[in-house]
Design a protein around this ligand. Structure first.
Ligand code: ADP
Ligand code: MG
Length: 352
């Protein structure tokens, strides 16, 4: 179904936003730390028009679902909460938003850790900015999107996904300091490409696990007397904490240091090693991996042509990302075949 078929008139405007993959710096963004995402080719597009009946109407082509907002004092559930949240945060920021018809279509896989949620928010906010000519910049778009996700979708997310979706492109890596929002645009390691593989394992425990890790990090920072774990630079300091806070904090501190090492300039081989070290840290210290993800990552790491591989996103299932020598992309396909031979249903998400 098209916008025209759903709403019986053409859209006024449209805007798109990319999904993202994080190459390094996992579970650091809610610790005020450093991240290294890049945009993926898959995008979410939002078409927008004015609604004539005083109600918002949201349609997702992917879900083939139409939601009408009858009561603006009641936050809807599901995908509508992300769009409704974007409208509400704009209102809270002082803008007058009319009733809207919103049509969403996306090639970003949903719930695979490639941030379809941020792509939906950023595309929605960009489309509204365009429709109403709002004076908001791309950083503000990311911040409004994060507020929408936290307060309306109920996900206690950091700022990385929305900043990546709003500011990153597919040709560069975005270095972001999530505390100061200082950023740098970095080139990809020379002669490499990114391959993203979905493990085929759903992220069933992702929300509860994520919230628990956040709480553990807050507790660890409090015990160490710092505002956030980002303020610790020497991983040895974390040894003084009780189990498992010591390991949780060690992951965050070492992961921040891995990102900062990349910022200093590293060879492609070293970049790969840092990704491998990140996975080991997420598996052993942060305990957010699951055996199938470990299996897939291990197969990738042992495949010639692959410089490094790690789980990406919150973990507990979802996708992993590999740094592959250009021209050796078939190495990832071989690794995937070996993984699927063990009974899994993994698939390549990027390149698509
Ligand atoms: P991720 O951001 O890693 O893809 P999330 O669980 O954060 O996973 O976000 C996925 C949710 O975002 C979906 O369950 C849905 O509610 C919403 N969403 C994202 N893209 C779309 C879309 N194109 N149509 C409808 N809902 C979407
Ligand atoms: Mg998300």
């Amino acid at each position: 179904m098209t916008f025209q078929q759903i709403f019986h008139k053409p859209p006024e405007t449209k805007a798109s936003a990319s999904g993202r993959v994080n190459l390094l710096g996992e579970h650091t963004d809610y610790n005020d730390g450093y991240v290294l995402p890049t945009a993926i080719p898959q995008q979410t597009t939002v078409q927008l028009g004015f609604s004539d009946d005083g109600q918002h109407h949201f349609y997702s082509e992917n879900l083939q679902e139409l939601v009408s907002i009858l009561d603006i004092h009641h936050t809807p559930s599901g995908f509508a909460s992300y769009i409704f949240g974007c409208i509400e945060v704009l209102k809270k920021a002082g803008y007058t938003i009319p009733s809207l018809n919103v049509y969403v279509k996306s090639s970003v896989p949903m719930g695979s850790g490639l941030s379809s949620s941020a792509a939906l928010e950023v595309a929605t906010l960009r489309a509204i900015r365009q429709l109403l000519d709002l004076p908001i910049d791309d950083v503000e778009i990311a911040q409004l999107a994060q507020q929408a996700e936290i307060h309306y979708a109920g996900v206690q997310c950091g700022i990385m996904d929305q900043m990546a979706s709003s500011l990153a492109d597919t040709q560069h890596i975005l270095f972001l300091d999530t505390r100061s929002l200082e950023r740098r645009i970095l080139p990809f390691p020379e002669g490499t490409t990114i391959v993203i593989i979905d493990s085929g394992v759903p992220r069933t425990l992702a929300t509860s696990g994520y919230n628990q890790r956040r709480a553990e990090c807050e507790e660890a920072a409090k015990l160490l007397g710092v505002k956030a774990l980002r303020d610790i630079t020497d991983a040895k300091v974390t040894d003084t904490l009780p189990e498992p806070l010591n390991r949780r904090a060690r992951h965050v501190v070492t992961e921040d240091n891995r990102v900062l090492e990349v910022l200093q300039g590293v060879t492609p081989e070293r970049f790969g090693e840092l990704m491998n070290a990140s996975h080991a840290s997420l598996r052993d210290d942060y305990e957010v991996s699951v055996p199938p993800l470990d299996r897939l990552v291990e197969i990738l790491q042992n495949t010639p042509g692959v410089l490094g591989a790690r789980l990406t996103g919150a973990g507990f299932g979802g996708a992993c990302v590999a740094l592959v020598a250009s021209g050796k992309e078939e190495a990832a396909t071989q690794a995937l075949e070996q993984y699927n031979h063990a009974g899994y249903t993994g698939r390549i998400l990027v390149p698509n």
